[in-house]
Design a protein around this ligand. Sequence first.
Ligand SMILES: [Zn+2]
Length: 465
Amino acid sequence: MHKPHSAAIYARISSDPTGQALGVQRQLEDCRKLAADRGWNVAAEYVDNDVSAYSGKRRPEYERMMADVRDGLRDAVVVYNMDRLTRRPIELEEFAQVCEAAGVRQVATVTADVDLGNDDGLFMARIFAAFAAKESGRKSERLRRKARQNAEQGRPGGGANRPFGYEADKLTVNPVEAVIVREMAQRYIAGESARAIAADLEQREVPTSSGAAWRSTTVRNLLHSARIAGLRSHNGEVVGPAMWDGIITPAEREQILAVVATKTATGRRAPRRYLLSGMLRCGKCGGKLFSSARGTERRYVCLSGPDHRGCGGITVTAPPVEEWLSAAILYRLDTPDMEAVLTGRYADDAHHTEQMSKRTTLEARARELAEMFAAGEISRREWIPARDSIEHQLTAIDNELQRLTGSNTLEQIAGHGAALREEWPGMTLERQALIARAVLDYATIMPATRAGRFDPTRIVPVWVV
Ligand SMILES: [Zn+2]
């Protein structure tokens, strides 16, 4: 067969999002490459934008190409896929007839080859067409498969947003943003929190790709992504190398994964260091106060950072507030009202204590494993199943604790404030917090009116009763 010297390339983009990801430009590029590989000379390109072959809408460029084929101006056709060309069997018959009459025997597709000159080729083309027609009714399935194929080929996904660090084509590295990504990765690996990095980027007025504010999750999603290491992931799993260049090195990605692992293992519930976490509110803006240490000083603070959105106007040293509220809580437990409220709630304290101690042991083991992995003492393959098993047990315990807390009666402690006062200092923070929560809805911390010693009138408790 002679080499075509005036081949036609046909490309069409449909309106679905994946169609856009595999846009006309890509189709054209792949078709041109195919033609070049075979030594075919391309004489014309025909492009229909945003027209579904199945919708029955006119496709002007397709019609122009068919007219040219009929007139003997084209001796071959290259399309990305048969379903770009036609989706109804009747159209394929027309196409085949026109080609046959004009002596065009060679129809190439990037995904599969069809030679209309023999019966097998025509048969295959018919199968393709029938398949395409059937598939129109199962578009979502096709899109899912396409998305998976896209991923396996290392092509970018179809999301609307430009990934930070890359240009709108999702392939070309944006050099300015790449510098920032590398900086973020280094700081994260060095132990800086996603929150701190987000706050810093906001302060430096570095824009995100979408124009929204930097959040901890934005930072985390970016740094944890396989994309910035030049890898393509699909449904959360890395499926292979991507078509684009990485911004960080594979070694840096490993380090980031180790940081994530350590955080997952140790941070899923950090051991409580603050009795009143979640129970204090800001007297200026009404927002929650967060525990925050400055050096060795433990404090509760209204945080104005990107994740908390408080006013930043209240800071209080933790110990005097905890001391005062503990005393108030124990006193409160002696009131008859409290006894009434707590009636009907029963805490299996021994069981609770047992679960809590199991939990502590498991958490320590998870931490140890993560440290061993980070230090290279065990491989990822050894570590992941062990971690998963621990996570599984922790979830079960958490569910059990949840159940216990839900039906929690502090019956035994209501009316026993005096006795508890003696036990209180020896209790775990978790147990103290459990008691505090049963009694205290929340407490507001008012602004300081004078410097010097802590002023207990700044504390405005709201009791459960
Ligand atoms: Zn505030």
